[in-house]
Structures are given as structure tokens and as C-alpha cells.
Ligand binder design. Sequence first.
Ligand code: ADP
Ligand code: F6P
Length: 323
Amino acid sequence: MKRLAVLTSGGDAPGMNAAIRSVVRVGIDKGWQLLGIRHGYTGLITNNVIPLGARDVSGIIQLGGTMLGSARCPEFKTEAGRLQALRVLAEHEIEALVIIGGGGSQTGAHALSQMGFPVIGVASTIDNDLYGADITIGVDTALNIALEAIDRLKVTALSHERAFLIEVMGRGCGYLALMAGIAGGAEAIVIPEVETDPEAVAGELRSAYERGQAHALVVVAEGARYNAAALADYFKEHHERIGFDLRVTMLGHVQRGGAPSAYDRLLATRLGADAVERLTRGEHGDLVGLVKGEISATPLTEVVVHKKPLDLRLMELARMLAR
Ligand code: ADP
Ligand code: F6P
């Protein structure tokens, strides 16, 4: 029986378990024998491989994280590391691999594919920074977690007539901050893609107070030049002139561990199934992701060279809405 393996790599994202479950069960249905690699590429190098049956993936669809574990594995960036991974794959007679993860993980998938091993990537990261996927697994859940935090902060901001700043994740990408800012009704949004002057942020907050608002909220992406720490320092340094403080909340990893939303479970399930179906047909070297509402495959060779653009017209929409 042909053997198919699955691994999760990079930052965990809510929905990874749903994708694993789908790969395993659809794989079994298509006649594959399934194996799981533990802790991403690390498990490929250290030979941490487990058999996966249909029952091994019971009761995980509603859980955040990944039952296989994930890791950042610097060794896999070296040719020696990848050759060792190929030896482990050969030892277990694995013929194809599904790699569930974000941009870095898909660069690793591409490297393995270039060495002749059949892989399909599944787009999964809360950052939503992956070319070949309009929305990646985990984004919807992470966004809802950020929104819940924003809604709560607004209650306190209103009670105390305070200005709050909330920093969300996203690495170099402002998607989470932009969407959370719009959906949460922020007065200002700071993202890496747009150069922001802290004086302009102070101006937005001041104008919110002048319009009679009792509270003001800034959503900032961790990757922005003026992230939470830098903005807070600036406001502290110029406190007398600016005239008010910023209370800072950094959401951090809270955004990654949530129970996957219905959207993420379904997206992960569909992408996992599609990855297996492609490998069963003999297709490989692609990333599967949702593009314009359709499950689509994009060659990894394209994924690794393109940067996904952020629709910056939404920054203008956010500005108009914050009146
Ligand atoms: P994510 O997949 O969430 O973007 P990382 O960027 O940390 O997370 O990448 C996850 C792993 O993918 C890295 O630890 C490494 O093992 C592998 N990887 C990243 N970049 C490369 C690369 N250029 N070549 C080979 N493997 C890579
Ligand atoms: O890629 C997901 C992510 O949560 C990013 O938003 C963040 O910059 C990074 O991972 C944090 O990495 P770590 O969990 O290794 O601290």
C-alpha cells in the first residue's frame, strides 16, 4: 500500500487539526496508508514518525493547536538537513508528503519538491501572508479572538474615557491589524505596509475626543515600525504636548490557541482533502489555498517568489469610518 505522510510546521494555527483529520481520513478512503511526522521538519530529521489511523484523529476537529506538534527547524534550511529528511522518508517508504504551514514552511516544501520529493502544501498561518491563498487556515479564528479583546477593551475605554492601544500578531503583514481595526471600529490602524507618523496617530485620537467620543482605540500590527512598544514610548516622551496616555495591550500568542471557528474547520477540511486528491492523481509541487472562493493549486515555485499584496484601499475605508 502506498504511504502518505503529513506534518504541521511553523506557528500553530487554529484549524491545523481539522486539516490533519481530513488528510488522514480522505487519504485512507483513497487507499493510502497514513503516517504523521511529529514537530514539523524536526521530526523528519530526527525520525519521529507515527502511524495514523482513522481513529487516531478522532475528537480533534474542535481543538486549536496541532496533535502532531509543530516547530521551527533551522536545520531544514540546510541541504544536509533536507538530505537527512529524504533518508527518513525513504526509510519509511513514504511516497508523498502533505505540509501544513505558513510561508516559511512552504519555502521548505518547495525546497523538498526541488529535490524531487512529491509534496503538496496546505496554506495555514494566522498571518494571512501567503501568496496563493486569499485566506489561510487560522485567520478567521485569530481575528475573532482579536475582536473579542478589542470589544472588551472598548468597554473599559468608555468607562474611563481612555485611549487604548492593542497590538496584534501578523509578523511582517498588517492583515490581522487592518481587519481587526475595521471590524472593531478603531480610530487608527498602524500596519507595516504603510509608513505611519506617531504624530498622525496622536492627531487621530485627539480628533476623536474633539468630536465628542469618550474613548479612542488604536490597533497596531506587531511588525509595524511604530509597534506597541515604540508608540507607547513616543506617547510617554511627548506626554505633555500630546495631552493623554495610551494604555497598551499586547495580545501575543493568545491569538493562536483558540478553538477553530466553523470557517477554519471547513476551510482546513476542504484544503486537506484537496491536497490528498491531488497527490492521488499524481499532482505535486503545489500549494493548495482558497483563491477567489475556489480551492485552487498554485505552484510552490510561484508561492516562494511572490509577496501577497494587502488591499490598501481598506486603510482609506478605515479612515472614513473612524469619523
Ligand atoms: P511559518 O511556516 O509559520 O511561516 P517559519 O517561517 O518559522 O514559519 O518556517 C517554519 C519552518 O520552515 C522553519 O523553521 C524551517 O524549518 C522551514 N523553512 C523556512 N524557511 C526555509 C527555507 N528557506 N528553506 C528550507 N526550509 C525553510
Ligand atoms: O506566524 C505566526 C506568528 O504567530 C506570527 O504572527 C508571530 O510573529 C510569530 O508567529 C511568533 O512566533 P513564535 O511563536 O515563534 O514566538
